[in-house]
Design a protein around this ligand. Structure first.
Ligand code: PMP
Length: 397
């Protein structure tokens, strides 16, 4: 049976982790992963999450099956975060939300449903994009193309190129958009640019699929919901995948959600019935623990306020690390202007380092980054930043 099975290529990011773990240097630094660490270099356990967990433990809930679409209080809370608590769409019953296995699970649920609706559609992802986007939509059976996005020369968005790519797509193409904190570049669209993207999707009959994996990491919950809100006002049908892996530091609990905006309450009921079918035939129903914690936090005014303050702490620390990196690179004689790092948002930075320079960082300095030059700013801290800046300056010389 397995005699002709080929060895699949290693996942580039997880492969990097394995190499990092095997490295015996005590001062090694891992800037490859997409994970937020505290200034102590630890994964945070949020106080709001601990409080919700304590309450849950004390309540000793039985471990029954959840409904196929997940915890209702969770699904509603996700809608409020994305669309705003006073959203007309929610009130009109035009949003269908189902709990999902992280942001990845939400993308896959949406992809599987879309494959049934538009089997011939092309999926367009940004160039570059989160490395799993292509693989995930291809594994759902789609042909995946790139739309132009990052311009290395200006270290910003090639917006004319992006619009031209979107306009060239056939009607019903699915466009995967990073709602905020673009992974891997850290380069986001402005409000005016988002408005033009919404218009391009409408004029060309495209199906937007917004990937929201970092809500709260750029400017705050509502501000980072801008793209979702603009699409909500557009009258278009669209998809949003949410992830709470980062914003609640609940990576391994697999807490995400898929939201779909339809034209009517009646359409929503039919769409929900189909999404439930996708869930039922894949994993039957979702797990309880992580989503119940998120639901408790989001539905309690005190815990929600605490969570937002903890999220703001993470966001501010990342911004402080961006500033420190730019300043220290200058001090260590990097000989290049790195101020673009301050304009980037979220956990990542496209540093502009070449694959060769990234390789030297690893072999000569024990500093691990993705070969594209992506570094995770959220893994920098007051103890490793000098080493990182010195090493980057050294490989640039
Ligand atoms: N989309 C993007 C853009 C991401 O960066 C990530 C996480 N790295 C995901 C989706 C998946 O999130 P999760 O870990 O919740 O599946």
């Amino acid at each position: 049976l397995f005699a002709t099975v080929e060895l699949a290529p290693r996942d580039p990011i997880l492969g990097l982790n394995e190499a990092f773990n095997a490295d015996t240097r005590t001062d090694k630094v891992n800037l490859g992963v997409g994970v937020y660490f505290t200034d102590d270099g630890k994964l945070p356990l949020l106080r709001a999450v601990m409080a919700a967990e304590k309450a849950r433990l004390e309540a000793q809930p039985a471990r029954g099956y959840l409904p196929i679409e997940g915890i209702a209080a969770y699904d509603n809370a996700v809608q409020n975060l994305l669309f705003g608590a006073d959203s007309a769409l929610i009130q009109a019953g035009r949003v269908v939300t189902t709990q999902a296995l992280g942001g990845t699970g939400a993308l896959k649920l949406g992809a599987d449903f879309l494959k049934r609706l538009s089997p011939e559609a092309v999926v367009a992802i940004s160039d570059p994009s989160w490395e799993n986007h292509r693989a995930l939509f291809e594994s759902a059976g789609f042909k995946v193309e790139n739309y132009r996005y990052y311009d290395a020369a200006s270290q910003s968005v090639d917006f004319a190129g992006m619009l031209a790519s979107l306009k060239a797509l056939p009607a019903r193409s699915i466009v995967v958009l990073h709602a905020c904190c673009h992974n891997p570049t850290g380069v986001d669209l402005s409000t005016e640019q988002w408005q033009q993207v919404v218009a391009a999707c409408r004029d060309n009959g495209l199906t937007p699929f917004l990937d929201m994996a970092y809500q709260g990491f750029a400017d705050g919950i509502d501000a980072d919901g801008l793209a979702v809100r603009l699409f909500a006002d557009s009258g278009l049908d669209f998809f949003v995948s949410s992830s709470f892996s980062k914003s609640f530091s609940l990576y391994g609990e697999r807490v995400g959600a898929l939201s779909i905006v339809t034209q009517s309450r009646e359409e929503s009921a039919r769409v929900l019935s189909q999404i439930k079918r996708v869930i039922r035939t894949n994993y039957s129903n979702p797990p309880t623990h992580g989503a119940s914690l998120v639901a408790t936090v989001l539905n309690s005014p005190e815990l929600r306020a605490l969570w937002e303050s903890e999220l703001a702490e993470m966001r501010d620390r990342i911004k402080a690390m961006r500033q420190a990196l730019v300043q220290k690179l200058a001090e260590h004689g990097a000989g290049r202007d790195f101020s673009f790092v301050l304009q980037q948002r979220g956990m990542f930075s496209y540093s502009g380092l070449s694959a060769e320079q990234v390789e030297r960082l690893k072999t000569e300095h024990g500093i691990y980054a993705v070969s594209t030059g992506r570094i995770c700013v959220a893994a920098l801290n007051s103890r490793n930043i000098d080493r990182v800046a010195t090493a980057i300056a050294a490989v640039l010389r």
